[in-house]
Design a protein around this ligand. Structure first.
Ligand code: PRX
Length: 649
């Protein structure tokens, strides 16, 4: 198992070792897992192609290491506690032995549907145990899962399914979310309609969980077979053994937004992801047997992949999975769940903390939170006020708050405090984990050397050495992986974030320096939202920017030019149109991308060459026109006054 670092000197020594002898260091960590065949070579890499290969030639299986290994050794330990959406429904739990049975049976179902190693399986499901089983069942068979968050629209789902070439889609009848049920199967049907109308699509089989009418689980489509989860579950007698996979075989694809319109399928591979998620989970959260770890993220995001599913299970932890939302039936729900399951480690996003903070301390105090020992934050910068409230009110000033910085592409936490070991500095994520070598670059790609005496520096955050769970590619388009992450600054992995490093070497993440915005911890590309708006027949052009939002971190501000201009538009028709535009974005992407503000404009601030100057739009969106800066490069600077005059907010 993984040897935990005990104190700061221990951290420094381990960090040093990881830099001086990365191969020896990671080989040492990797020996804590079961390998059916040991690797021939620990690391083989270059950032030019890029090509990164960890544990080459090794054979292993992630499901075996996360589930079977514990089932064999300590099968009665609780692996999973599931808390349903409604507090009136009873929670359920599974020991590692029971989890093994459920996962192997799910693998048997997928196998019966023809799923084989290397096939892509798209999972579009709510936060129910069947989703976790399906993820692990894919890993068991060597199939590549592509989980699509249940909040994405039919259009987004269709695009992801087509891009991944997924022949099998697993979905549920519905998604229970707070007081409402949202459709799930119906969204899949709509996605299939879109796919059938447009192209030669890959989908051949759909498995529907929780069907209301098992005799007719899915509308009929040509060339698509539909299967019913419950019926297949009852019929399945096979319990496939884990298939030994090469360390570099693909494990999963997860789509994420970038600066261009089309989301990318970030590809992670088996061995390195296994080693790094387990290592980072162990060192950052430091759970012991009997502890209860709750990560509130949906499995549809990387946080759910790495720290609800794989990392904690690899370490044999007990995880909580919650189907619902923090405010249902009231804002004490999270805390009541902590009390009910004696949660010791709680990991959530600043947006949730800020949303709950609005309700004051009483909901928190209504629950017994004495079991809590470690608090974590992820997904976006945490502001000082939220950090302090989390620490004081939720953590009773006794729980360290670890602010963890990482990305879909990094697979695991790269910068963050080791709870109870590292010093804490609110709003600073802290120091890199062992094996992680961050640098700050200037815009020309030169490393900012630490000064003497040390002082705070700010630059672009990049990594100069691979860690085991670095992305391997973007699915179906390796060149895109190179141009997005590796060619901006040759020799480095570029994160897209700006950061500050203080005199003690602690990092504070400032935020994205590209056209990616972070709304309630959800990553969205402004171009993606613009493309959605532009699909409305009355739109000629649009420009989307983020602005500071007290709860969501960033809000979405859209400027839209209409084909017909703004004359003859009365207030009612303007409101109606804004509503339609908003609905268009929801239909194209999903509710997470709904613009907070939409302003109809006559024109956009453009340079003579036609480039939209977004920095002016960001300033107007944030209500700040102080120091607009040099506007002389604009074709028509007066447009700024007109936009300012019609500003929303
Ligand atoms: O800007 C950073 C922000 O979220 C981006 C990555 O988003 P995603 O791939 O969706 O993964 C989120 C969960 C790991 C980063 O480029 N981000 C993530 N964690 C933090 C953060 N910003 C500040 N502080 C963090 N702790």
């Amino acid at each position: 198992m993984i040897d935990l670092i005990h104190d700061l000197e221990g951290y420094q020594a381990e960090y040093q070792r990881s830099v001086e002898d990365p191969e020896g260091f990671w080989a040492g960590v990797a020996t804590g897992f079961h390998w059916q065949k040991p690797w021939d070579r620990v690391l083989n890499w270059n950032f030019e192609e890029p090509s990164v290969r960890w544990f080459e030639g090794g054979l292993t299986n992630l499901c075996y290491n996360a589930v079977d290994r514990h089932a064999l050794r300590d099968g009665d330990r609780v692996a999973l506690i599931w808390e349903p959406n409604s507090p009136n429904d009873a929670p359920r739990q599974w020991t590692y032995r029971e989890l093994q049975e459920a996962v192997a049976r799910t693998a048997g179902m997928l196998q019966a549907m023809g799923v084989q190693a290397g096939d892509r399986v798209c999972l579009y499901m709510p936060m129910i145990p069947e989703l976790l089983w399906s993820v692990l069942a894919c890993a068991r068979l060597g199939a590549v899962h592509s989980v699509v968050f249940g909040g994405f629209s039919a259009r987004s789902l269709a695009d992801r399914v087509a891009d991944a070439g997924a022949a099998v889609v697993v979905c549920s009848e519905k998604i229970r979310r707070g007081p409402r049920d949202l459709p799930c199967r119906a969204v899949v049907e709509e996605a299939l309609d879109l796919l059938e109308a447009e192209q030669d699509h890959p989908v051949r089989k759909v498995l529907v969980q929780g069907s209301l009418d098992p005799s007719k689980p899915l509308r009929s489509f040509s060339n698509i077979q539909s299967w019913d989860w419950d019926r297949l579950w009852d019929q399945t007698t096979a319990r496939p053994q884990p298939r030994w996979m090469d360390a570099e075989d693909p494990l999963f694809i997860l789509y994420t937004s970038g600066s261009t319109g089309k989301p990318k399928g970030v590809l992670h591979s088996t061995g390195g992801y296994m080693v790094y998620t387990a290592y980072s989970f162990a060192q950052v959260f430091r759970t012991a047997p009997g502890d209860v770890f709750w990560c509130t993220a949906d499995i549809g995001w990387i946080t759910g992949h790495s720290y609800l599913a794989y990392g904690p299970l690899l370490q044999g932890a007990t995880v909580v999975m919650f189907e619902g939302i923090p405010t249902y039936p009231d804002p004490s729900r999270f805390w009541k769940i902590c009390e009910r399951h004696r949660v010791s480690h709680f990991y959530t996003a600043p947006t949730a903390i800020r949303a709950l903070m609005v309700h004051g301390d009483a909901p928190v105090q209504s629950a017994d939170l004495s079991s809590l020992r470690v608090l974590g934050s992820v997904g976006e910068p945490i502001n000082e006020e939220a950090w302090q409230w989390y620490h004081r009110v939720v953590g009773g000033e006794r729980c360290p708050v670890t602010d963890t910085w990482w990305q879909t592409e990094t697979g695991g936490i790269l910068i963050g405090a080791l709870a109870g070991v590292s010093p804490l500095k609110p709003t600073y994520a802290g120091r890199p984990l062992p094996g992680v070598q961050p640098v700050l670059l200037d815009p020309q790609g030169r490393e900012l050397e630490p000064t003497d005496p040390p002082s705070e520096q700010e630059g672009l955050l990049a990594m100069r050495f691979p860690w085991p769970s670095i992305l391997r590619s973007t699915w179906g388009d390796h060149e895109r992986c190179r141009t997005t992450y590796f060619s901006p600054f040759p020799g480095y992995y570029f994160t897209g974030d700006g950061a500050r490093r203080d005199a003690d070497g602690m990092f504070r993440i400032i935020g994205r320096v590209d056209d990616v915005i972070n709304v309630s911890g959800h990553r969205l590309g402004t171009a993606e939202i613009e493309n959605a708006l532009n699909r409305h027949p009355r739109v000629v052009e649009s420009a989307v920017v983020g602005y500071d939002h007290p709860i969501k971190g960033q809000g979405i501000y859209a400027y839209v030019i209409l084909r017909s201009g703004l004359q003859d538009l009365d207030a009612d028709s303007e409101n109606q149109l804004i509503h339609e535009l908003s609905e268009t974005v929801v239909r194209e992407i999903g509710a997470i991308a709904r613009p907070d503000r939409i302003q109809l404009v006559e024109g956009l601030p453009k340079t003579r060459s036609g480039k939209i100057m977004r920095r002016f739009l960001r300033k107007i969106a944030s209500g700040d026109t102080s120091q607009m800066g040099d506007t002389t490069t604009l074709l028509d600077p007066s447009i700024l006054d007109a936009i300012w005059a019609g500003r929303k907010g």
